[in-house]
Design a protein around this ligand. Structure first.
Ligand code: HEM
Length: 369
């Protein structure tokens, strides 16, 4: 990403990923990326992620695929469900899940961190939130992989499978409400009415897709860093009070999301003429590591003050689940630096990153004595 920054203020790629259109602009200055994030009238989010359409459905991903003015209506209902106070209540359950998943690994002396911890951990929290049984863990990990990283028939089948499963659960909660988030969505009111079935599907699918791969990928880069920076790892073992600062700083250093928007009219950004219908990719890491904004951006400082990174985005679509994500990342760091032996990465293994909207490590081998 830093090479892109050096290449100039904007690049054009003929690739559009799942998007239609002639290709995608990638902006590299934090000022331009922020300006686009802050102008949802010119740079819309609606229609950029056509998962429902891929299976012939009409539900949009809510709230990420909703533009103003409706977007604020949804966020008003959803924000209290993911508030810092609500997420604090989940802390014991999150810590318990981290310990349950990491604990059995200790005796092995090594693990493939992505498959053994970084994937099952956030999925298990999602199951807890939605009141789903832990036995479904592998199904949900499979859906997540096939939807976000697969293509063609496999991707379509996974979207359908996830939708059917979530709809089944919605129906079950209608008959027998429980204490979970899905039941809460059923009783929630938007402009005095309940969410309809399409809205509930779009909400449930979004909460699933937005909150798993992002956490898995961030954990991957955080633990790769700690496996290589032994002094940083022992600092957290000796001073667990620095874990909150470490979560924030490692989030700043490893922004995994490159999101997208589509221009609703012709406009000019950083001297580049954007045409109506053009796609624009927004790499958040180029804000968080911009040397013009952050002192020594490539150095991890767990005591950095005023750490205003953009790992969770910027503007109206800023991450709904940021407080949950922070608790999950903190619990993972606490668990691994308090109950697991010091871990390293085998020198001969070179980690491979992939990047389709979310940068992630394909695998991360860790060993310990
Ligand atoms: C480290 C983990 C996470 C990272 C790095 C992350 C990052 C982001 C970013 C960059 C955006 C803005 C996307 C855009 O503007 O197009 C976003 C939005 C969103 N995130 Fe997260 N996220 C994380 C975890 C979570 C979790 C755990 C949830 C679960 C609830 C979640 C739910 C959402 C939702 C629903 C949105 C859309 C908000 C809206 O459109 O108003 N995220 N996230």
């Amino acid at each position: 990403m830093e090479e892109l920054r050096r290449a100039g203020p904007a690049l054009f790629t003929p690739h559009s990923r799942a998007l239609t259109g002639p290709g995608t602009w990638i902006f590299t200055s934090s000022a331009a990326i922020r300006a686009i994030f802050q102008d949802p009238e010119t740079f819309a989010s609606g229609g950029v992620r056509p998962f429902g359409q891929l299976i012939g459905d009409s539900w949009p991903l809510i709230p990420i695929d909703i533009d103003p003015p409706d977007h604020a209506r949804y966020r008003r209902v959803l924000n209290p469900m993911f508030s810092p106070a609500r997420m604090a209540q989940l802390e014991p359950a999150i810590a318990r899940r981290a310990a349950e998943i990491a604990g059995p690994l200790i005796a092995r002396g090594d693990c493939e961190f992505i498959a053994d911890f970084a994937q099952p951990f956030p999925v298990s929290i999602f199951l807890e939130l939605f009141g789903l049984p832990l036995e479904r863990l592998r199904d949900f990990i499979g859906f997540n992989e096939a939807i976000l990283k697969g293509e063609g028939e496999a991707q379509v089948a996974a979207i359908r499978g996830l939708r059917d499963l979530l709809r089944e659960e919605i129906l079950r909660r209608r008959k027998q409400p429980s204490e979970d988030l899905l039941s809460e969505l059923l009783t929630a009111r938007i402009d005095g009415r309940a969410f309809d079935d399409d809205e509930l599907t779009g909400l449930a699918v979004t909460l699933f897709l937005a909150g798993l791969d992002t956490v898995t990928s961030t954990l991957g880069y955080m633990f790769l860093y700690l496996a290589q920076a032994q002094s940083a790892q022992s600092l957290l073992r000796d001073k667990p009070e620095l874990i909150g600062g470490a979560v924030e700083e490692l989030l700043r250093m490893f922004n995994v999301v490159m999101t997208a928007r589509r221009a609703t009219r012709d406009t000019v950004i950083d001297g580049v003429e954007i045409r109506k219908g053009d796609n624009v990719a927004l790499p958040t890491s180029l804000i968080s590591r911009d040397p013009a904004e952050v002192e020594s951006p490539d150095e991890a400082d767990f005591m950095r003050v005023d750490n205003r990174h953009s790992a969770f985005g910027y503007g109206i679509h800023r991450c709904l689940g940021s407080h949950l994500a922070r608790r999950e990342l903190g619990a993972a760091l606490r668990c691994w630096t308090s109950t697991m032996p010091p871990f390293t990465k085998p020198a001969q293994v070179r980690p491979v990153s992939t990047g389709i909207g979310v940068f992630s490590l394909a695998r991360l081998d860790l060993t310990w004595a």
